[in-house]
Design a protein around this ligand. Structure first.
Ligand SMILES: [Zn+2]
Length: 465
């Protein structure tokens, strides 16, 4: 665990860092005859040895840990925690979610050509590597994927595999979006067949995994408006069978959203939800047009919104969520680097901010990895990350009943994960993290001091024989 010195100095603390040896500091809690032993064992070991109910004692400390910046945790602990918590991904492209392992297995089963048949050899063909720097490099990675969509059965297998990977990553609610035209293109498939193939994959996945899935169809903005209508009609026809929304994607820079307004308004009237890729490659004004003219319920990315404060305020006022995808946003150059990513700015401004993957197999990422990444970069706490997952539930395109169940799953999963984090800490590590949490949390100086004292009392009681 990396411990940074406290800045406020509100809490009475022995010293700035956890000593590796467990040596006693000035006013550190007296640990009796066995200081080294007691500071080295984890809380779960200590509680087991003393027969104490850990969470009957550690109320204030647990609260404080939930408010502590997760950037205080070491890499391994943060990765484990980010994996363990239940997550929601509202912005994931099916075509960009086919991991090399799944692609090879499906290609072998159906006799499909691939540039390579081992994961290591295939990876650079379909996944961003350190030498890939431009948007063109990013888009090139999709080239080997298109011809794989040979027929309905292959599409079903790939969909099932993509959901299985999300499930392994503890994604409890997943909105998969895809372009039926992209999938149909290489083998001139019937669009109905594409849609049915995806449905089959989703249905099989529902039997195998506890990840709930909703589907969104993508209108490709560089295509004709007739084709756009065709996709919108296709989505409307299959509403209630799992297709819940319509999206506008691809070349935002050359094809702004405005001309698609009527098609999207009609789709909304037909009962579909609307999400629009905006403010990714195009200006902030595209976000305004998407909200005001296309009736967007959510914005895909919205990264560049900060460039126009009036549009940012519009997103706050209308509570329009931004589906941000940190690694993808850097790889596609929507933003220069992660340090300047506006995710935290939007979160603090009051925009419902979501962390998503976009194209996890192309980007070589997982949602857990993205959660860990933004937690480390921006110092988010477990409370912050939980709030973002709950935004995902609230603004997900699913039924109220499903939202209620998901909200409960998220809350109980975070409770469990925060407890197992605490159990994995030593007494000293817990004290340091909890005090950071008090510092970062709300309240006056006097309230924070009282909280610190309560934490010290809890820890003292814990280690008393
Ligand atoms: Zn996208």
């Amino acid at each position: 665990m990396q411990i940074q010195p406290l800045t406020s100095g509100l809490c009475i603390r022995p010293q700035a860092s956890v000593p590796a040896s467990g040596a006693e500091g000035g006013d550190r809690i007296a640990v009796g005859e066995r200081p080294q032993e007691l500071t080295r064992v984890t809380l779960s070991q200590l509680a087991a040895r003393q027969g104490k109910d850990l969470f009957g004692i550690l109320n204030e400390a647990l609260e404080a840990v939930r408010a502590a910046p997760l950037s205080e945790l070491d890499q391994e602990r943060l990765a484990r925690l980010a994996h363990e918590i239940p997550k929601v991904d509202l912005h994931r492209h099916l075509e960009g979610s086919i991991e090399p392992e799944v692609l090879i297995a499906v290609a072998r089963k159906h006799g499909l050509p691939l540039p390579a048949y081992t994961v290591e050899e295939l990876r650079p063909h379909i996944q961003i590597t350190p030498t890939d720097k431009t948007l063109l490099d990013f888009l090139k990675k999709f080239e080997p994927i298109g011809p794989v969509f040979k027929d309905r059965e292959v599409i079903a297998d790939l969909t099932h595999g993509a959901i299985g990977d999300a499930n392994k990553d503890n994604v409890k609610y997943l909105e998969l979006r895809y372009s039926p035209q992209y999938m149909a293109r290489a083998h001139n498939l019937d669009l109905e067949d594409v849609v049915k193939g995806v449905f089959e994959g989703v249905q099989r996945a529902a039997d195998d995994f506890d990840t709930r899935v909703s589907l969104t169809l993508i209108v490709e903005r560089w295509d004709s408006h007739e084709r756009a209508r065709e996709v919108a009609d296709l989505a409307a026809r299959h509403r209630d069978k799992g297709i819940v929304a319509l999206d506008l994607a691809n070349d935002e820079y050359n094809f702004p959203p405005g001309p698609f307004a009527q098609i999207f308004q009609d789709a909304k009237k037909a009962g579909l939800k609307i999400t629009v890729h905006s403010g990714e490659a195009g200006p902030a004004d595209n976000v305004r047009v998407s909200i005001e003219k296309l009736g967007a319920d959510r914005i895909g990315h919205g990264v560049r919104t900060y460039q126009d404060p009036a549009v940012e305020q519009l997103a706050v006022k209308t509570q329009t969520p931004f589906e941000l995808c940190p690694t993808s946003n850097v790889q596609t150059q929507a933003i220069a680097n992660l340090e300047s990513h506006p995710l935290k700015r939007y979160y603090e401004a009051g925009i419902p901010t979501l962390v998503n993957t976009d194209d996890p197999s192309i980007s070589g990422i997982t949602l857990s990895g993205e959660v860990a990444l933004v937690s480390r970069q921006f110092g988010f706490s477990l409370n912050d990350i939980q709030k973002m997952q709950q935004f995902g539930v609230t603004h997900g395109f699913t039924s109220e009943e499903s939202k209620r169940e998901l909200a409960a799953t998220i809350d109980s999963g975070f409770e469990k994960a925060s407890r197992s984090l605490v159990e994995s800490l030593t007494v000293d590590e817990l004290r340091e993290l909890a005090l950071k949490g008090v510092d970062a949390g709300p309240g006056t100086g006097a309230e924070k001091s009282a909280r610190c004292e309560q934490i010290e009392r809890e820890l003292k009681f814990l280690i008393q024989e």
